[in-house]
Ligand binder design. Sequence first.
Ligand code: IMP
Ligand code: MG
Length: 210
Amino acid sequence: MHKVVRDFSKTVVVPPEGIRLAYEPEPKVRSKYRQEIEEVLITKGCLQARVEGLAKEIKEAFADINEITCLVVLKGGMFFAADLIRILDENSKLRTRLDFIRCSSYGDRASSSGEVTMYEFGDMEGDNILLIEDIIDSGKTLEELQSYLKSKGKQFKTCVLLDKGVAKHIKVDFIGFRIPRIFVGGYGLDYAGMFRGLPEIVVIKKELLK
Ligand code: IMP
Ligand code: MG
């Protein structure tokens, strides 16, 4: 049975059985993905509620700033960022710009190769940057990104939707959910390019991972 969560004002700790809102039914895996997906870990309703909570935290942290550049880490951060940025722009005095950075260390596998490749799109020199990333596992990707942005002399804060709680050495300003150390997909996150379009976070079956 999924745990019912009511408070989305701070990082939500997700148990292995998953979470849902009080008014959501017990979530089920869609039949087309039953071979590949173990369970729904975080429902669509919980994602929406926590993204609103995060937007509030971010607004408060940037209270004395008028303009930020939202730097989205492709491809995984795309869905999360799209929801977050729209709430930020709708409900605060913050003016937002949008930029992308592409980061890759996984290829088609379920663990990091350790080498992070980076491609930058816009020019963010001198901007206040909010770095938006899908998930932090070993922390290698964020570590590289943060040191790259720091070396450019930019001011920035980091926002991550999911944290597996492993990379204790990395400073993250805003964390959506803390999850168990399992491989997940959905809401932008993929395994070998699949599952990004799912509106919830799901657990990928262990036997599928290589
Ligand atoms: P790290 O460098 O080990 O912290 O891994 C971070 C990157 O790996 C993220 O930006 C994701 O692209 C990917 N990643 C890590 N864990 C998962 C997962 O459970 N599902 C999907 N992608 C993941
Ligand atoms: Mg990523």
